[in-house]
Design a protein around this ligand. Sequence first.
Ligand code: ADP
Length: 428
Amino acid sequence: MPALLGCIADDLTGGTDLAGILVNNGMRTVQMIGVPEGPWPEDADAVVVALKSRTSPVHEAVTQSLDALRWLQAAGCVQFYFKYCSTFDSTPRGNIGPVAEALMDALRADFTIACSAFPATRRSIYQGCLFVGGVLLNESGMQHHPLTPMTDANLVRVLQQQTKRKVGLVDHAAVSAGAGAIADQFALLLSNGCRLAIVDAISDRDLKEIAAAAAELLLVTGGSGLAQGLPQNFRQRGLLNAIAAAESMLATGGFKAVIAGSCSTATQNQVDVMRVHHAAFRIDPLELANGDDVVGSALKWAASRVGDEPILIYATAAPDEVRSAQATLGIEKSASLVEHALAAIAQGLVALGVGQLIVAGGETSGAVLHGLGVTRLTIGREIDPGVPWTTTMLERPRRQALALALKSGNFGSPDFFLKAWSKLAMVS
Ligand code: ADP
């Protein structure tokens, strides 16, 4: 089967989100964790290579992304997709701009688009400004993000800070006129010296028209929503069958647990709801920094609580608590202490017999999968927009199937941690 779409995602949950959307739109998709080795999976039309590059130093993000690109190019992919967060998570240094630039150079692509809109999760772009729900990005809670605080909603300005290439805008007037008008705008911007364009989108229809206009672009960049229109381009070129089934999930059993390392507003609400209904254990970064055996205590607690009911272990905290931990320990140290602890806790939970695990937070999910040694995910049923159940086969501490839901911080309804399990029962 020819390799059609080669995707590079800057974090794990973003990769899973994208893979879920491609599966829902008829592309057989495999998610690989980190730069893959070995051949293209024979049962895949698309591969999503999920990196942990969103918050790495710029040169590391660029190197990893280029390594992933080389593997995808070697497989013969027809088009390439750089996926980042629908809330454009980045800092003035990057990494969206520098990675997009490096991929353009490597592919000799003279123009690409940047469209993070995802209306199903209430992210829309109008006049280049990103709205989350009814409010601007910088008023949505994202201004408090521990690692990538977003303090400006104007994505043309945000991206322009991250790249030397000129950034333009395809506004909604063109987008609402359909794929032809959008492609005309791409050509006009290119002739005006723009190499990247933010594209307005406020509905799935807009995204499909943008994707149709992007059929000939070698590189497309954006959130996951834009990807829903790409399979149709391959179908129209006779490269993709009309219907391709989602891979069947492995049956898993075992105890249920949630690990939350995201401090995003949606996760805070989900943690609050879960705590009302189920046993919960809080991880404090200051105790970790003191050298207390927090992981040991959490696992001792978990051993006495796992059973029919799901349990929650969380570092999730309100913005003032996060700021105070960061002021004491530094941003990177507090993040890495928590990530290492949650990864060790995940290993311990699996050893205790947890077979169904939800992880909240992109960076957190990256750390947890690394700790568990997961390199490949099979994508299954969607729980909420952007969050499918996945399954993987663990090799250690023993060979066993594990169901994983990797939730990007701001995704999911408040009862996500309560309702997700029933979707899994429907699959296995
Ligand atoms: P999201 O998907 O919401 O962005 P991430 O897991 O990507 O979530 O990022 C959250 C970051 O915040 C992680 O690096 C995590 O370790 C860190 N973190 C979690 N809890 C705390 C806390 N209480 N204090 C400081 N940092 C924290």
